[in-house]
Design a protein around this ligand. Sequence first.
Ligand code: GDP
Length: 529
Amino acid sequence: MANQDFLNEINSRRTFAIISHPDAGKTTITEKVLLFGQLIQKAGTVKGKKSGQYATSDWMEMEKERGISVTTSVMQFPYADCLVNLLDTPGHEDFSEDTYRTLTAVDSCLMVIDGAKGVEERTIKLMEVTRLRDTPIITFMNKMDRDIRDPIDLLDEVESVLKIACAPITWPIGSGKEFKGIYHILRDEVIFYKSGMGHTIQDVDIIKGINNPELDARIGYFAADLREQMELVQGASHEFDREAFLKGELTPVFFGTALGNFGVDHMLDGLTEWAPAPQHRATTGRTVEPTEEGFSGFVFKIQANMDPKHRDRVAFLRICSGKYEKGMKMHHVRIGKDVLVPHALTFLAGDREHVEEAFPGDIIGLHNHGTIQIGDTFSSGEKFTFTGIPNFAPELFRRIRLRDPLKQKQLLKGLVQLAEEGAVQVFRPLDNNDLIVGAVGVLQFDVVVHRLKSEYNVDAIYESVNVSTARWVYSEDGKALEEFKNKASTNLALDGGDNLSYLAPTMVNLNLAMERHPKIRFHKTREHA
Ligand code: GDP
């Protein structure tokens, strides 16, 4: 039986990520959320320049501020009676695998929608990912200080496009220059907006009761409008139902402006009150409950050279059960070894602090010396592996070559370390000395060359290569595998983790190889276990 303190720690955790289309306001809302978490005195310091559509050069500029932008990968802060973990996800779609994996490590999501634009394409994709696990979704309709679309239309669009019922918790009164504030439906109070206060936590200015005559005195015809609208809304939308929310079938909707820091606290109140505490997780063996005493967790992200001064690699592990204590031993399931973890990292206040203890729902950073891979499970000895952490097959390939041939070793080291992060794969053909980089998005090629230069001091360029797809190959039949290795050696390569893979010049070639070698399994993704 787990003791009460342990249960209290678990029940106070809320671990979530923000999903949105670029420019909807994810960065701005993160800043305000942290302001409420008192992490930063004045919001506006989370990232430097930021816009969803940044070009490669902007990304590299941002990279210079890596110390800031990357330590915000995980942010922990107290709010109400909870300890909230906010996991950041990259905005650019070329890094979407990173986002998909991060979404496996949360228990709920905040969906931010630009009130002028409604549901946009990336939001649709990300929602599909959250659907795989029926993650509960909270919605924030942003930019009420601009001229927005009819709020009822916005809810209709969410319901019809994203196939999730909407339960408005707050309702906007006016918008743009005439944005007066919101009506909090559950609390039956009107909360007034004051512009120009976005950098602070504002004093709350409230009138209790929608039928309060003070409301008419204060906002004139907006009061009558609001009453009329609320009648419509009550008929047309759903009431909040926590069960349906927890099943991912219904989303509570809040309206506000992230830039004006208005409404973000209502959303946080909802998140801490309703979003689930750390949930159970599926493994290859059994379901793991957070309340189990034995420690377990999985790695969903690896980041090389997080801090240029430290030059280290950090594996981000989501704790699924038990308690992390400084100096404890963990079982690294894939390599079958017990490892000592003298100091894991946490990222409170953007500073890297050594944690003494951490609980289910928390993320800890493990120093990685090349032994940890994305998807790895750590346990207290049991040999299960957490499932559902995707590893994507690259779709674009290039040969990478050095300008200075003496740096081959350094190049390989850099590539293997960057490949650990999961954004690119590196392949070494068995019968020549080429190095082939595979990526899911074009931008990643540029980023790799840029980082090789700045982090490993090697100057590399790309050449085209005749590879159109890759598969990881496995076989239970040792003899068949040997035969395959002999026959297909010109197409075989080892990836960064020394796993055998088949590089096909065309799909036709791949299909032929599969037909000829029925005892070989060709996998689109690398198996984690
Ligand atoms: P992200 O790409 O989703 O992270 O979006 P950002 O937070 O960077 O916001 C994109 C742009 O919208 C920036 O110029 C923000 O200042 C602006 N923005 C964000 N929230 C609001 C808001 O509530 N009102 C207005 N008017 N602008 C906003």
